[in-house]
Write a protein of this length. Structure first.
Lengths: 473, 412
């Protein structure tokens, strides 16, 4: 009989191939995070970066790098031009796929807002999923002050990422603003945010890929990333922090340091989060009681029944030290960073502006009560049809063919039909299962073809579905 | 047999579309006029969005269309001019220049040829091949613009070209599809470029015009400024999407949706009561269904408006609307839906014309078929090409531009 000296990982420790569980950074901001991972661990050979900015790519300490579109943008980045970035990706997808071949699980860090991250992260995730790779995305969204284009880019990319990846954790750079350091040095502000995201990504990757004595499953991670539709247009759903300490009071210090993460700074995490994760990595001196104490402390501070996932890993290189990574995620996301609240078009309007521009901004703003009243309701069908001017001149109703799309939020559909819980049209709406975003999009005839993606939208999906226009059956 | 040696003025065109494959045969008379001899059509089952996704089915359909065209025209087709489309096709403007070295600064034909060659060598994505190298104009000493610089004096000669290029593998696939049927491909032409030839007078091109071909798999568009092609675009959305939307929105099988679109399709429910329905009769596989016309119009309107708006948005970037005095010309099968004129007029800031009739000599059956604009345009393109590039060594000769494109993909 064999006596086991220790519980926990037994037998031959299977070290996965570095490339099987990869961390991929896309976009300049993500490159900084990946560099942080690489600097924290010189053996982090699982890191890849992709960007269009040559300075950024050349300056990275990662060895597996890909400068996208060099022949077309000459390493100058793509200037927030998503269309350009998408075309660069399409041209070089084959080369990128060679670099990424063999990956089984991908932790994609995407900086959204610019062109490369926003446009290419969804393409990357799509390619990975097509190749049966498990994918979790850590998306970093821009500051509020960075302007409409960046927020729009981030919002569009997020929508796509949510529909493609197994889980998406969205972080906002905005948290960095609350740091005292941000008053002094912009680099410190971003560095602190990047450090937290790097710590989280690396911990989750290790928890999944290495054998720990309290294993984190893929389902644990995807469960943490589960969000509702509301969160699709919110630029923040996740907060994280990492602490590391040694010595006799390391437990206390490690918890304090993790909680001092800039992402927890202003209390948003506590206010909005509904799930938590704690990951502990220690050396051979890492004790069960330490693990238990941390989890108890965490549970004591959180509401009853608050779901907490946890994992623990023994790493000989961490001898005498302990590292704690905390993650809080919200199914709803942070409503303060809702793209519609930030002055960026809501999902519906984004769709509109990205596709049809059915209405000029002026018309949208000028949508007065008087005009609303003029839109025919259900009882006014005859008025509606009669109101079309056969002479060809624009009558009020004709112009409002387009306006009425905006009207949907005012409970009037495209063709002037009222949408209210009591109306018949509500019944039709609920019959339209395609309108429920949780369900997989039916690509029907285009199932075997390459998607037609333009301005962040899948044009193969019916327009009425993307615009959420109800159809009477 | 397509005894081209016995009938030297006969040309054939082939369009491999997403909805159907069409082959057309015409005779070029000595005066340059084109007489349509016959057309063959077959449903397409191997092509989506203008690109081949099922090689064998596509070949079968091509073969059927060619066979029908052969029967109707009473010739055997051995060579075709092929229309190409797909959203992978892009354009790039390039400018090349040279200086005149001799004392009198006379521009020579050799210099013009050198510029032409230099344009073709400009960088395009590595995996792309050039389809067309379209001259826009020459500029003499950064001032005077002309399209015939030979014999004029200038110290410096510049030429602006529009390179149209597409993914090599996709182009190769469709060409192979034809060639493996033992049919030679005499030339390839971008679908929208061909379409423009089918009805656009050179005067309108000089005025500045936009040509939009709303096909089944793609919507192709092209802008003419001062008689030269200034921009092209291919949107991977077409009439197929319209049918697909109807199918999902009204819960109908695809074929019934197509039938509904063709028979009752409309964009504006003008004069139609919101409860008015049309009935689709019971068929072998489907029950009788009643469809609200308002619902049909709503689905179709949203898709078509979006398509036109996307095209407009792309054209807006060029900031050329003030130079488009010849209007927007819309053709293609998907342009036949009722209300298209009104919708397009709403969307575009210049007058819109639906190009649904073509001047043809010969069989007039096809002169009012906008869905054939592409293939008829290929015939005109081929006619012009044959007239300006006389054959040197019979059918074995590969045209210069074509060989340039395919030498890179190893087909010749």
């Amino acid at each position: 009989m064999i006596d086991f000296a220790n519980d926990g990982p037994l037998g031959i420790h299977e070290v996965p191939l570095p490339s099987a569980h990869a961390t991929i950074g896309i976009g300049s901001g993500a490159v900084n995070i990946i560099d942080q991972i690489r600097l924290n661990d010189e053996n982090a050979h699982h890191c890849y970066i992709i960007d269009t900015d040559e300075q950024c790519v050349r300056g990275s300490v990662v060895s597996e790098k890909f400068l996208l579109g060099k022949s077309r943008v000459f390493g100058m980045g793509c200037g927030s031009d998503r269309k350009l970035a998408e075309s660069l990706w399409a041209e070089q997808e084959l080369e990128i796929s060679e670099m990424l071949s063999g990956i089984e699980t991908a932790f994609v860090i995407a900086s959204l807002g610019g062109g490369t991250g926003s446009a290419c992260a969804p393409q990357l995730v799509r390619w990975l999923k097509k190749n049966q790779v498990r994918v979790v995305v850590f998306a970093v969204t821009p500051f509020r002050f960075e302007g409409e284009v960046r927020k729009h880019n981030a919002a569009s990319a997020l929508r796509q990422l949510h529909s493609e990846a197994d889980a998406v954790f969205t972080f906002s750079n905005e948290r960095g603003l609350h740091l005292m350091e941000s008053e002094r040095d912009i680099r410190l502000c971003l560095h602190e945010v990047n450090k937290s995201i790097a710590g989280l990504t690396e911990t989750l990757r290790r928890m999944v890929s290495e054998r720990g004595f309290s294993q984190v499953t893929w389902e644990d991670i995807t469960g943490m990333g589960e969000v509702t539709q509301d969160a699709f247009q919110r630029l923040e759903t996740t907060w994280a922090g990492t602490g590391e300490a040694s010595g006799s009071e390391r437990l206390q210090h490690v918890v304090l340091e993790a909680l001092q993460s800039p992402l927890f700074e202003d209390g948003n995490a506590w206010q909005h989060a509904d799930k938590a994760f704690a990951g502990l990595i220690g050396g051979s001196d890492f004790s069960m009681s330490e693990y238990q104490t941390v989890l108890r402390a965490l549970k004591a501070d959180l509401p009853d029944g608050f779901p907490i996932a946890s994992g623990a890993l023994v790493d000989p290189a961490m001898e005498g030290r302990l590292r704690l990574t905390l993650l809080f995620s919200s199914s709803q996301g942070n409503p303060e960073l809702d793209v519609s609240e930030l002055g960026v078009a809501t999902e519906k309007v984004v769709l509109q502006s990205a596709t049809a521009d059915f209405d000029s901004p002026k018309q949208e703003v000028d949508f007065s009560e008087e005009e609303t009243a003029a839109i025919p309701g259900k009882e006014q069908d005859v008025v509606f049809t009669d109101s079309i001017d056969h002479s060809g001149e624009h009558t009020h109703e004709e112009v409002d063919f387009a306006d009425s799309y905006i009207e949907q939020e005012n409970e009037v559909d495209l063709f002037g039909e009222e949408i209210s819980p009591d109306s018949d049209t509500q019944k039709y709406f609920s019959q339209q299962e395609e309108l429920q975003l949780e369900k997989k999009i039916n690509r029907g005839r285009f199932e075997k073809t390459e998607r037609t993606i333009l301005n962040g939208q899948d044009l193969d999906q019916p327009t009425f579905q993307r615009m959420k226009v109800p159809i009477r059956l | 047999m397509f005894f081209i040696k016995k009938k030297p003025g006969v040309i054939a065109a082939l369009e491999v579309g997403s909805h159907k494959v069409v082959a057309a045969v015409a005779e070029v008379r000595e005066d340059g006029s084109l007489i349509l001899r016959g057309v063959g059509e077959a449903s397409s089952s191997g092509v989506r969005k203008g690109e081949v996704f099922d090689f064998q089915n596509a070949q079968k359909d091509i073969s059927s269309a060619l066979l029908e065209a052969e029967n109707n025209a009473d010739v055997e087709i051995q060579e075709v001019y092929l229309s190409i489309t797909g959203s992978h096709i892009k354009s790039r403007k390039v400018r090349v220049k040279t200086s005149t070295e001799d004392e009198d600064h006379l521009v020579t034909e050799e210099q013009v040829r050198d510029l032409d060659e230099a344009a073709g060598e400009q960088a395009i994505p590595e995996d792309h091949a050039v389809l067309h190298e379209l001259l826009q104009h020459y500029t003499l000493d950064s001032r005077t613009q002309t399209i015939k610089p030979v014999g004029l004096c200038a110290k410096e000669l510049e030429a602006d070209y529009l390179l149209i290029h597409g993914l090599q593998t996709r182009l190769e696939t469709v060409v192979r599809c034809v060639m493996e049927l033992d049919i030679q491909v005499s030339g390839v032409v971008l679908s929208s470029y061909a379409t423009a030839q089918s009805f656009m007078a050179s005067e309108v091109k000089k005025q500045g015009a936009v040509v939009i071909d709303l096909g089944s798999g793609t919507s192709d568009y092209m802008v003419y400024i001062d008689g030269a092609v200034a921009h092209i675009g291919v949107l991977g959305v077409g009439g197929d999407h319209l049918t697909h939307d109807i199918s999902l929105g009204l819960k109908l099988p695809y074929k019934r949706s197509e039938e509904l679109k063709i028979r009752h399709g409309l964009l504006y429910p003008t004069g139609i009561h919101q409860d008015e329905q049309v009935t689709l009769e019971r068929s072998t596989n489907s029950e009788e269904r009643s469809i609200y016309l308002h619902s049909l119009a709503k689905i179709m309107y949203l898709r078509q408006r979006e398509t036109l708006e996307l095209i407009k948005k792309d054209l807006d970037k060029l900031e050329l609307w003030e130079r488009i005095n010849g209007g927007v010309h819309i053709t293609g099968g998907a342009s036949q839906v009722e209300g298209m004129q009104k919708l397009a007029t709403d969307v575009f800031p210049v007058p819109v014309r639906l190009a649904h009739e073509f001047q043809l000599e010969g069989d007039q059956t096809y002169s009012r078929r906008p869905d054939l604009a592409g293939v008829l345009g290929v015939l005109r393109y081929a006619r012009n090409y044959e007239l300006t590039h006389p054959r040197s060594r019979g059918w074995s000769r590969v045209t210069e531009g074509f060989s340039k494109m395919f030498s890179s993909i190893g087909l010749f």
